[in-house]
Design a protein around this ligand. Structure first.
Ligand code: PLP
Length: 431
């Protein structure tokens, strides 16, 4: 995954003594460059409707609203509206109030957060869990702190890792090697090259843009053979895979072989927050040394209680996971049958390729304006240029009628904009 680059500062005349520089000009120039590169982002203003997921109200620029169907939410199972989850949130907010009252260093733990960490440790079969304010922060703080505490650590990072992991690697200050995406031979080559020094392999289970899956067990085999530690991001898998919703490592029976499992509470679990689970010593060390943990206000008790309710529910119920896989498979089949360029995936993610930033945005606008369907366009730097796409995320709540409507709407949009059909080869543009 490419790294987000900061645009170069605009060149304006230096300010003289007592003359304020045209600071605003720098920001306008940066935005102009984004427009020029056709990757300025616009977010739809929508309000989700609890009890009617995936239906939402879209507030248009003129202030009017229209009911739309959301096809790009990462609340994959609709747990954000589940009665047990909403109930836990509202009951705890009434009992404990809203905010956490500060960082844990200043204001102490809140009990729902402690219970949530125990629940997560149990989910992944680890000694301990540590909750952060987001999955992003958990990766950035977790990877950087763990690697920094291992003297002379070399980090081996998958080329498609998420930006939060890249930032974690960068903040560690450790030497790094990037292995080609899911390429075991290349990973082994780098492990051999590294020799006896300590090594940390960081990778994801489900890669969210291409929807492919890492060979976790085989990466653990390599780690064991070459004496490396493993750190796995299960952000796009927790709640969704495995008999209790612990992710792909659980599904594959290799959870105990991974040293650190990181996840989010924001996607499959429908809330907000992130976490790591690992040995008691690792979690305690991150708790004690990570600035991203120490210096920010803790997750509010009501959110922690809601997240715990979601985790607990999905440990015992597989109905949502089964329906999710079924509806994702039906969506893929319907779109493929319509001749749309669906990237084949082995997971719940359904990328429909466009291959051009402007057309991708135009397709998303067309779907919203003429079909009341919301799918956010995915452009560079989230995906390489030339592989722009609509990333569709069916849920258990997208029914047959909605799948039919989506298929017809995409087919009409593809005709109207003359977009590439199935069989087109999408090539990453050279940087
Ligand atoms: N890891 C991966 C692979 C992600 O895709 C994301 C976000 O989409 C995150 C971590 C960050 O998680 P959160 O949204 O909880 O901050």
């Amino acid at each position: 995954m490419p790294v987000t680059r900061m645009p170069a500062a605009s060149k304006s005349a230096p300010a003289g003594p007592g003359i304020k520089a045209d600071y605003e000009g720098h920001f306008r120039a940066a935005l102009d460059r984004l427009h020029g590169e056709r990757r300025y982002r616009v977010f739809a203003d929508i309000e989700r409707i609890a009890g009617r997921f995936p239906t939402a109200n879209w507030r248009r620029a003129d202030g009017s609203t229209r009911e739309i169907t959301v096809w790009c939410s990462n609340d994959y199972l609709g747990m954000g509206q589940h009665p047990e989850v909403v109930g836990a949130l509202t009951e705890t907010a009434r009992r404990c109030g809203v905010g956490a009252g500060g960082t844990r260093n200043i204001a102490g733990n809140n009990s729902p957060l402690v219970d949530l960490e125990r629940e997560l440790a149990d989910l992944h079969g680890k000694e301990a869990g540590l909750v952060f304010t987001s999955g992003y922060v958990s990766n950035q703080a977790g990877i950087s702190t763990i690697a920094k505490l291992i003297p002379n650590c070399l980090i081996l990072s998958d080329a498609f890792n998420h930006n939060s992991m890249i930032e974690g690697v960068r903040h560690s200050g450790c030497e790094k090697r990037i292995f080609r995406h899911n390429d075991l031979a290349h990973l082994e080559e780098l492990l051999v090259e590294a020799g006896d020094r300590p090594k940390l392999i960081v990778f994801e289970s489900v890669y969210s843009m291409d929807g492919d899956v890492a060979p976790i067990g085989r990466i653990c085999d390599l780690a064991a053979r070459h004496g490396a530690m493993t750190y796995l991001d299960e952000v796009h898998a927790v709640g969704l895979y495995g008999p209790r919703g612990a992710g792909i490592a659980e599904r594959d029976g290799v959870m105990d072989r991974v040293d650190v499992i990181e996840g989010t509470l924001a996607k499959g679990f429908g809330c907000v927050g992130g976490y790591i689970t690992a040995s008691a010593a690792i979690c305690d060390a991150v708790r004690s040394f990570a600035p991203g943990f120490i210096f920010t206000t803790a997750l509010p008790p009501a959110v922690a209680a809601a997240a715990r309710a979601s985790v607990r529910y999905l440990k015992r119920s597989s109905a949502e996971r089964d329906a999710h896989q079924r509806q994702a498979a039906r969506t893929k089949a319907a779109l493929e049958a319509a001749g749309l360029p669906v990237l084949p995936t082995e997971t719940h993610i359904v990328p429909v390729m466009v291959g051009d930033a402007e057309l991708c945005k135009a397709a998303a606008d067309h779907l919203l304006e003429f079909h009341d369907i919301y799918i956010q366009p995915i452009n560079y730097p989230t995906v390489p240029r030339g592989t722009e796409r609509l990333r569709i995320t069916p849920s258990p709540f997208h029914d047959e009628a909605q799948i039919g409507k989506l298929t017809a709407a995409l087919a009409e949009t593809w005709d109207a904009l003359d977009l590439p059909r199935a069989g087109t080869v999408f090539v990453e543009a050279a940087e």
